[in-house]
Design a protein around this ligand. Structure first.
Ligand code: SF4
Ligand code: SF4
Length: 497
């Protein structure tokens, strides 16, 4: 894409690179990308702020120039020529930029590393007493070619560590002495963890097994977990989460034969409950459902197939407002027949409770106009629109059954049910107090653990029964239906609200 890239190796450096990137972008009038990889995004670090911030509001201006901003094919050719010249200038600047640096060493093997893996390689070189020169690349595109060729010329061979695919390697014109992902010295997929980097570096040093004695992240992690005596806890929906109630109702109403396209958010965890079969990208659930419907309608299907196969899609409120409308319009337009369940918990829970356009306030609690999800759905041409609290288990099952019957009737269309209840973590005060008790008759069959998967339901140490973890339980009362033998009951000493 010919976009200059900055690849920070720490959160502190990410902050510094933002400044460099902004300055470069303004000076050369090009977009610039800051590309932190997963480990940088998940890392926590105290950040130093040494400079004063200006409160001055910059002047807003837009210089009209249709040859640039509404470019025709001829303009685009000229702009492309200009961009290539800018990239050459930027490449030269990067060769003397503080974002890239050489750390000298006496070994004949040189190490080139970019982003987070620079820290890993540096640490392992020390652990191995391997005095290899190290070239840190903070700007993988355009590659500072002069700096790179000087470094490679001084070494008998070099190895390139970069996340995630090869970008630096591909830009090196003469790769005869270059090792990396392209020649399979480094695995072509997966993160460059200390184990992976350690094996490669110790191999280049002459003893492929040496690093495991010095540096093994997996062994260290396993030891730390064992010391804490922490039970394994895979990701699950929170106690009291209304998504769980919606998924549970769906599963009980439609069973395993139904197709459940899903989407991206907390509710992707519905996969644990066998209620999410696909998760591709934001808004894809309805597109996949349309494809499923039309394929089953015209295709030859066997086994559990057939054109009557129910299709229930789930999408969260913020994902729906982000990219759920176009697929819904397309479904109406092409007469795809499925039920779309919008799981409206009135926030963007997975990324930290940011408001959605349906909320009446912005993230600074300033009043905003809220967008009505039901009105948007109707505006797409959907006639069957229902809003209901998924905590009302029996009513909710009736509504999704009615929605399915509507969408498969001759005059029906795609049907939408909006499952409305606030996120129990974000607004715990909205959870009505309905404490439960698990009776002594519980025989530990584990059905509730598997089918409902509330983190507050836990197997007793001897495995003979299920207990309630009162520290986690939010008294939502939703698990009552999950014991088909009736051994989860309203708490006899606590009044239900
Ligand atoms: S009442 Fe049941 S479903 Fe609700 S949080 Fe407690 S254990 Fe979980
Ligand atoms: S509460 Fe009911 S479903 Fe859960 S383990 Fe006990 S008997 Fe089985």
């Amino acid at each position: 894409a010919k976009v200059p890239v900055f690849d920070p190796s720490t959160p502190q450096e990410a902050r510094k690179f933002v400044k460099h990137a902004m300055e470069l972008s303004e000076r050369h009038q090009v977009p610039v990308m800051l590309r932190p990889t997963r480990q940088i995004c998940h890392a926590v670090q105290d950040i130093e702020f040494n400079e004063k911030f200006s409160n001055e509001i910059p002047q807003v201006k837009f210089d009209k120039d249709p040859h640039r901003w509404a470019a025709t094919p001829r303009d685009r050719y000229l702009l492309h020529v200009e961009l290539n010249k800018k990239l050459k200038l930027i490449e030269d600047e990067f060769s003397s930029s503080p974002c890239n640096k050489v750390e000298s060493g006496s070994a004949k093997v040189g190490v080139i590393a970019s982003g987070m893996v620079y820290n890993v390689a540096r640490q392992i070189l020390r652990d191995l007493n391997f005095d290899a020169p190290l070239l840190k690349i903070g700007t993988p595109f355009p590659l500072p070619q002069k700096m790179m060729s000087d470094f490679i010329t001084d070494c008998e061979q070099v190895v390139v560590f970069e996340e995630t695919d090869y970008c630096i390697e591909l830009q090196i014109p003469d790769r005869r002495n270059v090792r990396g992902r392209l020649d399979s010295t480094i695995p072509s997929a997966g993160e460059l963890t200390p184990d992976v980097v350690g094996k490669v570096l110790s191999g280049l040093q002459g003893d492929a097994n040496k690093t495991t004695k010095y540096f093994s992240a997996d062994a260290g992690l396993a030891a730390a977990i064992a010391e804490q005596q922490t039970p394994p806890r895979p990701p699950r929906l929170c106690p009291g989460c209304s998504h769980r109630s919606a998924f549970y109702a769906m599963k009980r109403e439609f069973g395993k034969r139904t197709l459940y396209p899903g989407d991206i958010g907390c509710y992707t965890l519905g996969a644990n409950l066998d209620a999410v079969d696909t998760c591709v990208d934001m808004g894809s659930g309805s597109d996949i459902a349309s494809g499923f419907y039309h394929a089953h309608k015209i295709g030859r299907t066997g086994g559990s197939g057939g054109k009557d196969r129910p299709i229930i899609v789930t999408i969260g409120d913020s994902t729906f407002l982000h990219s759920g409308l176009q697929p819904l319009m397309n479904a109406v337009h092409t007469d795809a027949r499925f039920v779309l369940l919008i799981l409206d918990n009135r926030t963007t829970a997975m990324t930290g409770f940011q408001p959605t356009p349906a909320n009446p306030e912005d993230s600074n609690l300033n009043p905003e106009r809220s967008v009505s999800i039901p009105n948007l759905v109707r505006a797409c041409g959907v006639e069957f629109v229902r809003e209901l609290d998924p905590y009302l288990h029996d009513d909710f099952r009736s509504v999704i059954r009615e929605a399915h019957e509507h969408c498969r009737s001759p005059e029906g269309r795609v049907a939408v049910v909006i499952a409305e209840r606030s996120c129990s973590l974000h607004e715990p005060e909205t959870v009505e107090k309905r404490a439960v008790q698990i009776t002594d008759e519980c025989d530990g069959c584990r059905y509730c653990l598997i089918a409902f998967e509330c983190p507050a339901l836990v197997l007793s140490k001897d495995g003979s029964r299920v207990d309630l973890n009162e520290d986690l339980c939010v008294d939502c009362g939703q698990c009552i239906d999950s014991c088909h033998k009736g051994f989860i009951i309203p708490h006899p000493e606590m009044e239900w609200v």
